[in-house]
Design a protein around this ligand. Structure first.
Ligand code: PLP
Length: 298
């Protein structure tokens, strides 16, 4: 099955400007934002084998978890609709009920059943007993955890690394990605590549252990460097500095970023470049993980 006709391989584009030249590195951007109009970037990569597994098991419905602005809920709703799978989204925040934003409205339009829970209840999303309860309550759908992050997701993300290897003729010295749950970083590491992961959340140090857990079964993962200082105040927070960076990036490279994940990662990467973090000749691929549905209209 070709899952919703994606544009694969996604383009790998070299970026150049004075800063990059001064640092003497080769910087590329993997345009996973172009993979599919609704099932974007890393969410497509992570959902692929989860949804194929659901189909192979003859499941008719999928249940998953996300926040109000979740690119994962958005992608799951669209993919489920296209594949004829019912979708149930457990949404963090009771206060959202009846006050749905554009992301949640889209989910509903795609036929997703939304179920709002309190923040306290949402904290149980990784508890086996709680998930079992919810699955029973909604008629035994296939459970996909928050962010689509499972071991099956790693296989999908690893395919992106193999595309890069083909396109570049080699595995780069670093693959840079934004991190939320760490599933994308873990998937890249599982393919043996070294990763610079930029936490989009405050206090992202926990990602080190979460990513290690995801790689338990993996024989020779790449090395992880976790950057936790580019969160701009926390998840989904930003400031004018970040917005200006996004505008400049677009003016310079004609590539749109968004403020939750990809702009923070590229801001961090350029900051490291300027600080002389990389040796001359280093090959870096930054992954544009998509998420443009959540772009603020600033
Ligand atoms: C969800 C998301 C991420 C974070 O991915 P994880 O695998 O959860 O770390 C990064 N970028 C974008 C655009 C996303 O939507």
């Amino acid at each position: 099955m070709d899952l919703l006709s994606p544009s694969i391989p996604t383009p790998l584009q070299q970026l150049s400007n004075a800063e990059i030249e001064k640092a003497g590195v080769q910087l590329y951007i993997k345009r996973d934002d172009l993979i599919h109009p609704a099932v974007s970037g890393n969410k497509w990569r992570k959902l692929k084998y989860n949804l194929l597994d659901a189909q192979a098991k003859g499941m008719r419905a999928v249940l998953t978890f996300g926040g109000a602005f979740s690119n994962h809920l958005y992608a799951t709703a669209a993919a489920g609709n296209a594949l004829g799978l019912q979708t149930i989204g457990i949404v963090r925040g009771l206060e959202l009920e009846g006050k749905e934003n554009a992301t949640l409205q889209f989910c509903r339009e795609q036929g997703m059943q939304l179920h709002f829970v309190s923040r306290e209840e949402y904290r149980q999303r990784h508890s086996e007993a709680y998930v079992k309860d919810m699955v029973a309550r909604f008629g035994n759908p296939y459970h996909i955890p928050e962010g689509g992050t499972t071991e099956l997701a790693l296989t999908g993300v690893a395919e992106m690394v193999f595309e890069i290897k083909d396109q570049l003729g080699t595995i780069p010295d670093f693959i840079a990605t934004a991190a939320g749950t760490g599933g994308t970083a873990a998937g890249i590491l599982s393919a043996g590549a070294d990763v610079l992961a930029f936490s989009a959340l405050k206090g992202g140090g926990f990602l080190q252990e979460d990513i290690r857990q995801l790689l338990k079964e993996c024989k020779q993962p790449g090395n992880l460097t976790l950057l936790t200082d580019y969160h701009f105040g926390g998840y989904a927070k930003w400031n004018n500095d970040l917005l200006h960076f996004m505008q400049d990036f677009r003016a310079e490279f004609d590539i749109q970023l968004e403020q939750v994940y990809t702009a923070k990662m590229l801001y961090g990467l350029f900051d490291l470049l300027q600080k002389g973090y990389f040796n001359a000749g280093t090959k870096i691929v930054a992954v544009h993980t998509g998420g443009l549905q959540g772009l603020i209209k600033a």
